[in-house]
Design a protein around this ligand. Structure first.
Ligand code: NAD
Length: 488
């Protein structure tokens, strides 16, 4: 474990035009959520630094060093990046764990494991997406070209920096764009290393630039840039609103938002195996301390099995080993920051006042470590008007609400402003299909929670955002359609 803690961190500078550069913005102290120690200080990119990074990306785009490289060349580089991510998986995962607190076993799978797969998927996809010949009249040839958009700004959150970073970078780069990436304040290290890896694997200078810093300074400057063509964002709703405003106030750049959720996990009495459903549902909310956009944070359970299912879930929650994310055997790591911990606890204070009962958990634990840890928490009797039913906590807190009929389950499922993920547990195939059709969400699991891969899109409806990461559909975000109308 000590060896893991000694893994070298990359230079904490800005990565612009293939080189480490100093930032003139406000530096950021990074605290480890594992034990509260000061981990490092990141340089902050000022508005001028962001402009420099965008200009570097634009130059790289305009001279065609990547945007007009043969698809076979782009494919080779993206595969090389995937190979290096795999080769350095442990180092990359540990870098992420040290600043964001995710348990190592999960980080290995979800961060380098997933990022390598994403680079590989888009490396393979990029030369299989062709233009079109339109069915025009015979005296005209109508060609539809897919053109790279130019400069993509990517702003990502802290919960899975490498995975979500790769969801933006790989399809944007595959289509020939240049990128300026802004990682989250508390999760920049693995993405700085990824930038270095990309350069070492042959991505030309200026094609990928990374600017660290706060959202208010660095992110805001990127969002207001007059020379960013597309902004791809994952994060919270309030920030998403600011980005839309920034687009309106600047150059009307296209903005894709992947926001939060309050995803319903619906368990009918005819679920095939309640014990299995409880085990999977527990991880569906508690993994990564609930800091997962698709977390199943609302359990809707048929009243006839409510008590039995809550007892099964309680057993699962209390058996989870919470602690140092780098220690062997830990199943749930740290809450990302003191600010996130304060948010989690504020919901606990409100839950009981609104009629809920905290069955297990509800508070901070392991305080002697100096880290930020919270017990997996189960709150029953959560009413549809309660904050815990409607608002995203982004912590290890499961709100439980009973229902009596399928129609009521569906109404409750759709009774929030979000629409990201969901699940239905039932043995009834017709009911499963009815629920898939009726639930307002981008993802409906049936008899499982949390499975996914690169072949299917991930995105939400309503206030969970727009646009999709992953799958061939994500490529559309990073291209413009151009028509050639040729009179024959
Ligand atoms: P956040 O919105 O606070 O921050 C996300 C990013 O935006 C960070 O890099 C931050 O620095 C930047 N930012 C903040 N203010 C900004 C501003 N004014 N201008 C430009 N950039 C700004 O969100 P967070 O707390 O880092 O992440 C948690 C949220 O992300 C949760 O709501 C979660 O559900 C959501 N999330 C969604 C998905 C998804 O795919 N839909 C995935 C992961 C996380």
């Amino acid at each position: 474990m000590d060896t893991l803690r000694r893994i070298a961190v990359p230079p904490q500078k800005l990565f612009v035009e293939g080189a480490w550069q100093d930032g003139s913005g406000t530096p950021l102290a990074v605290t480890s959520p594992i034990d509260g120690s000061e981990l490092t200080t990141l340089q902050g990119a000022s508005e001028a630094d962001v402009a420099r990074a965008v200009a570097a990306a634009r130059r790289a785009f305009d001279d065609g060093r990547w945007s007009r490289a043969a698809p076979a060349q782009r494919k080779k580089v993206l595969h090389a990046i995937a190979d290096r991510i795999e080769a350095e998986a442990l180092e990359l995962a540990v870098l992420g764990v040290r600043d964001n607190g995710t348990e190592l076993a999960m980080a290995l799978k979800a961060e380098p494991g997933s990022a390598a797969g994403t680079f590989r998927y888009y490396a393979e996809a990029l030369d299989k997406v062709a233009g079109e010949i339109a069915p025009t009249a015979p005296d005209v040839l109508g060609l539809v070209h897919r053109m790279p958009v130019g400069v993509v700004g990517a702003i990502v959150p802290w919960n899975f920096p490498l995975m979500i970073g790769a969801w933006k970078l790989a399809p944007a780069l595959a289509m020939g764009n240049s990128v300026v990436l802004k990682p989250a304040e508390t999760a920049s290290l693995s993405l700085l290393r990824l930038a270095q890896i990309c350069a070492e694997c042959g991505l030309p200078d200026g094609v990928l630039n990374v600017v660290t810093g706060s959202g208010a300074e660095t992110g805001n400057a990127l969002a207001h840039s007059m020379d960013v063509d597309v902004l791809a964002f994952t994060g919270s709703g309030p920030t998403g609103r600011r980005l839309l405003e920034a687009s309106a106030r600047s150059n009307l750049k296209r903005v894709y938002l992947e926001l939060g959720g309050k995803s319903p996990n619906i368990v009918f009495a005819d679920a095939p195996d309640l014990a299995h459903a409880a085990k999977v549902s527990a991880m569906g909310i508690f993994r990564n301390s609930g800091q997962v956009c698709v977390a199943g944070s609302r359990l809707l359970v048929e009243r006839s099995i409510h008590d039995e299912f809550v007892a099964l879930l309680q057993r699962e929650a209390e058996a989870l080993r919470v602690g140092d994310p780098l220690a062997a055997g830990t199943q749930i790591g740290a809450v990302n920051s003191e600010a996130q911990m304060a948010r989690n606890l504020s919901f606990m204070a409100g839950a009981e006042a609104e009629g809920g009962e905290i069955v297990t958990g509800g508070g901070r634990i392991l305080e002697h470590t100096g880290g930020t840890y919270m017990a997996p928490t189960l709150v029953t009797g959560v009413r549809p008007e309660a904050a815990l039913f409607r608002e995203e906590v982004f912590g290890p807190v499961l709100a439980v609400t009973p229902f009596d009929t399928e129609a009521e389950a569906l109404a409750l499922a759709n009774a929030t402003d979000f629409g990201l993920a969901s699940a239905v547990w039932t043995s009834n195939l017709s009911r499963a299909h009815r629920m898939v059709a009726g639930i307002r969400a981008g993802l409906v699991h049936v008899n499982t929670y949390g499975g996914a891969d690169n072949t299917v899109p991930l995105g939400g409806v309503g206030q969970s955002g727009n646009g999709h990461d992953k799958s061939l559909h994500a490529l559309e975000k990073y291209v413009d359609l151009k028509t050639a109308w040729i009179q024959l």
